[in-house]
Structures are given as structure tokens and as C-alpha cells.
Design a protein around this ligand. Structure first.
Ligand code: FNR
Length: 186
């Protein structure tokens, strides 16, 4: 079984990002399992915590969880034209200590979403830059910027537009291709 971690860049109960992520996980083929990974409980990263006597227990649990994953999909809103702090924090926590970066080499995929018209473009590309720094190969094409998200979801949070579902399926297929190539060369 190939394990995919889902990291959502919003803690909001009714988060659109979470709803989009819930739609996307159903598009993975057989043999893939997905798990939403909690990031809201991680204390703000402090380099003093790299001291092995001071590591918060939440960091250890999170790092161990990510180590078990084969790949990670990020679904995020945009905050002030960038990546929400909660997601950036989780990436920092996983990247240290430097000799034990848990993201290293794991394939990744990015979906940004916004109720506005720009689809979280700024967050999407800032996140891409961070993933380069932590050495994750990222799906380059297609790029996914979901815009006007509330209009795309029905009352149960399901995507109501067949074209968007098909597009997301193409994206998931590209991600699965990247994961397979990565596992072949591992
Ligand atoms: C936002 N929002 C927002 N939207 C956007 O398209 N570009 C932006 O730069 C910002 N900036 C921003 C900053 C902060 C602090 C908040 C709280 C919100 C609006 C944001 O897209 C909207 O609240 C989404 O609903 C957030 O995603 P979730 O929580 O629904 O997943």
C-alpha cells in the first residue's frame, strides 16, 4: 500500500481547503491510502528545540508520522499572498534537525484554493519554493489553482462541476506517475 499524507493549510472547521482535499482523496487508485495529518497542534518552531532534550513530543510524533509516508499532497488557502503560517510551521518542524529532514525526497503535489479569482497563486508558488528547499520533487503539470471555491461545492462539500473533477483526476494521475517513478529509483 502506498501511503499519501494530506496536509491542509487551514485549521478552520468549515475550511474550503479541507473540503477540496476530501474530494481529491477519493480520486486515488486502488493501492493508495490517504491520511490527513494534523499540523495545528505543533508548537511554533524554535531552533532551541533542535536540542534533543527539548524536542516537543508533538514534533516527534509528527516527524515519525511523515517518515512513514511515501508522498504528500498539500491543499492550502492563501494568506496575504503567501503560505499560511500553520503550514509553513509544519514544513519547518519537519525539516529539522537538518540531518534528519523528514521531507527529503518524498514526492509532493500542491493544490491552492481561494474564494477569490486568483486561486491562491501566491501561496502555491511560495509553497513550491519551500518544497524545493526541503528537497521534495513536485508535480509540475498540471498546476492547480482552484478559484471561487464556495461556488464549486454543494451543501455536502462535494465538487459540483464534472470538468473540475476530471481536471483533478488528471492531476492525481500525474502525481501517481511521479510517485511510481520515485519508488522505482529509490
Ligand atoms: C485571507 N484570504 C485570502 N484570500 C486570497 O485569495 N488571497 C489572500 O492573500 C488572502 N489573504 C488572507 C489572509 C488571512 C489572514 C485570512 C484569514 C484570509 C481569504 C481566504 O482565501 C479565505 O478565508 C479562505 O476561505 C481560507 O481558506 P479555508 O480556511 O476556507 O480553507
Amino acid at each position: 500500500m502506498t501511503k499519501i499524507g494530506v496536509l491542509v493549510g487551514s485549521l478552520r472547521k468549515e475550511s474550503f481547503s479541507k473540503k477540496i482535499a476530501s474530494n481529491v482523496v477519493s480520486l486515488f487508485p486502488e493501492g493508495y491510502e490517504t491520511e490527513f495529518i494534523e499540523i495545528g497542534n505543533l508548537p511554533l518552531y524554535n531552533q532551541d528545540y533542535d536540542d534533543e532534550n527539548r524536542v516537543p513530543k508533538e514534533y516527534t510524533a509528527f516527524r515519525n508520522k511523515v517518515k512513514e509516508l511515501d508522498a504528500v499532497i498539500f491543499v492550502t488557502p492563501e494568506y496575504n499572498r503567501s503560505v499560511p503560517a500553520v503550514l509553513s510551521n509544519a514544513l519547518d518542524v519537519g525539516s529539522r534537525p537538518k540531518t534528519d529532514n523528514v521531507w527529503n525526497g518524498k514526492p509532493a503535489a500542491i493544490i491552492s484554493q481561494s474564494p477569490g479569482n486568483l486561486g491562491g497563486f501566491g501561496a502555491n508558488h511560495h509553497l513550491r519554493q519551500i518544497l524545493t528547499a526541503v528537497n521534495m520533487p513536485v508535480v509540475q503539470h498540471p498546476e492547480v489553482y482552484i478559484f471561487n471555491t464556495p461556488k464549486l461545492l454543494d451543501e455536502e462539500g462535494k465538487i459540483n462541476n464534472e470538468g473540475t473533477i476530471q481536471f483533478l483526476q488528471t492531476f492525481v494521475d500525474a502525481f501517481v506517475g511521479l510517485i511510481k517513478r520515485n519508488l522505482e529509483y529509490a
